[in-house]
Design a protein around this ligand. Structure first.
Ligand code: HEC
Ligand code: HEC
Length: 488
């Protein structure tokens, strides 16, 4: 059970206090301001450069244009922060650069990161790129319906988790055991419990650190810093490293590997690719599209605290300062997803993926209160996914939503039986059951009415389908860039 949420209810602040969705933390906001200042400055540099814009100023101008495009659809605080963070990071690495140069570096790193993302030569097998598991056409989730993806040097190895979407990660705060919203987001005194961090268990905070995991993992890309360095030196884009990272980038494998990680992280922060806010629901919030009766009903059920209560964790409303909802509060929560017996790792009946308390994550090992917790994913673009939950056990949204509606009223539909008795929560040893969430819709027992009936489940699914980016209003002629087009 999530203390923070119960606490919030008791204080009567209600859902409003949960709207950390924009999640630009105070520091990110500052960074956004700095970036906006940088963009403004860059634009004026470009404007002043009467004798024909220099290469730097043009690039900065282009970047400003991209920023402005994103800012036109969403509030600046939500769109500019990560670019700004990247820009200011570059700036702090290379003090003495002009802002235009900083922006040019970000642009170069982004271009390089994109090429690295699609390059299978970085992997030990030579067959696996980031994009193999994170397909741009599928919201950067897998294109196939496998619960877990194949990898490793022989491409026969698997891990224990489903590959998540890489979109809207810009809003994930750094992991905190006790998350407190900043004062302008909500009530600073409320402890929302463990929140944030990347991956299903929140074990890293930055995209760069994250990228290290699949590159080096024996069951994913199975590479080494030396192999990655050799691959990028031989790649057609090798010449782009020195302009982006400086003369010394090839001095050591370590320096090159770090540059690769930073380029990937910078690419993952491209607003128009990774957080464009172009779903039908965004258009609806902006008053530019209407939801069908089924979608609208689905939204009501999604928000209704007595029905789906989905929005208590998957935030659906704009933040108080107008930032679009992220469809996650990024809390780490135990919802008791059934054991996926199809996973090779689960052939060992003593093995459990306990999320935040291990085994992938090691710093909270032995902390029982973290066992079974996984980070709440965004539901944006969820309809492009083909496997759901951390172990990829379900392969349709209907099944995923039915699990919420009937986990407690009809547990036999989800868990195996042994000697006629349903083995509820079969992927979490009983000593951790106290960690399981018991709020609606998980507040029922056999014999009770499910929180959602079959028709309601269908409507919730119809609503979830409005969260896919790239929506075009019927009859609209303006082309909205889709993730696929933008990333290819
Ligand atoms: C073999 C499939 C595979 C490949 C290849 C792969 N990933 Fe992943 N990715 C995953 C899985 C599985 C997870 C979830 C890992 C976990 O929770 O432990 C993940 C998680 C992530 C996350 C965190 C997402 C979140 O919701 O917090 C990021 C970012 C990411 N990957 C980026 C990359 C990058 C960059 C590359 C290339 C260097 C890459 N991935 C290559 C499977 C893959
Ligand atoms: C108490 C918080 C909470 C509530 C309430 C909640 N969710 Fe979730 N949701 C989570 C967490 C945590 C996960 C990941 C769990 C895991 O994989 O172990 C998740 C995962 C999902 C997924 C799978 C996404 C993916 O990328 O694999 C879907 C779909 C989903 N939720 C939909 C809903 C709907 C619909 C409702 C309302 C009926 C709802 N959720 C209510 C916390 C919540």
């Amino acid at each position: 059970m999530r203390l923070g949420l119960a606490g919030i209810r008791e204080t009567g602040i209600g859902r409003d206090a949960l709207r950390r969705a924009g999640s630009a933390r105070t520091s990110a906001r500052h960074a956004a301001l700095i970036a906006l200042a940088a963009v403004t400055l860059a634009v004026s540099v470009a404007a002043c450069d009467a004798g024909g814009a220099s290469a730097n100023a043009t690039a900065a101008g282009a970047n400003a244009e991209a920023g402005a495009k994103a800012a036109a659809s969403v509030p600046a605080s939500a769109s500019a922060a990560p670019v700004a963070a990247a820009a200011t990071k570059v700036a702090s690495h290379d003090a003495g650069q002009s802002r235009a140069q900083v922006y040019e570096s970000v642009r170069q790193m982004t271009a390089l990161g994109k090429q690295l993302f699609f390059d299978a030569s970085l992997s030990g097998s030579g067959k696996l790129a980031c994009a193999s598991c994170h397909s741009p056409e599928h919201g950067f989730a897998p294109a196939n319906a496998l619960s877990v993806q194949f990898g490793g040097s022989d491409m026969h190895r698997t891990g224990m988790r489903a590959a998540p979407t890489l979109k809207y990660l810009q809003a994930v705060p750094a992991f905190a055991e006790h998350y407190h919203e900043s004062d302008d987001e909500g009530d600073e005194s409320v402890d929302a419990g463990p929140t944030g961090g990347l991956t299903w268990d929140g074990r890293v905070d930055r995209g760069g650190e994250q990228a290290r995991i699949p590159l080096l993992s024996s069951f994913e890309m199975g590479s080494t810093p030396a192999k990655v360095t050799a691959a990028v030196k031989a790649a057609p884009y090798a010449g782009a490293f020195r302009p982006a990272f400086g003369e010394h980038v090839f001095d050591s494998d370590d320096a090159t590997f770090k540059a690769v990680l930073q380029a990937l992280e910078t690419f993952e922060q491209t607003p128009e690719v990774f957080y464009p806010y172009t779903s039908k629901y965004d258009a609806y919030l902006a008053g530019k599209a209407q939801l069908t009766p089924a979608e609208l009903h689905g939204l009501q059920l999604f928000n209704d605290e007595q029905k789906g209560n989905c929005a208590s964790c998957h935030i659906s409303q704009r933040t108080r300062d107008g930032a679009p909802p992220q469809f996650s509060d990024f809390g780490l929560i135990a919802i008791g997803v059934p054991r996926n017996r199809a996973l090779p790792v689960n052939r060992d009946s003593h093995f459990y993926d306990l999320g935040a308390c291990g085994p992938e994550r090691t710093d909270l090992k032995g902390r029982d209160e973290f066992c079974g917790l996984f980070r709440t994913p965004t539901l944006r673009n969820v309809a492009l996914k083909k496997s759901f939950f951390h172990n990829g056990i379900y392969h349709s949204l209907d099944q995923a939503v039915r699990f919420y509606a009937e986990r407690d009223t009809h547990p036999e539909k989800f868990y195996p039986a042994s000697k006629g008795k349903v083995q509820k929560f079969d992927d979490l040893p009983p000593r951790y059951w106290a960690n399981l969430n018991t709020e609606a819709p998980f507040d029922r027992k056999p014999g009770d009415k499910p929180a959602l009936d079959e028709a309601e489940i269908k409507d919730v699914v119809a609503f979830l389908k409005t969260l896919t980016d790239g929506y075009q209003a019927p009859g609209a002629t303006v082309h909205v860039a889709t993730t696929g087009a933008a990333a290819n």
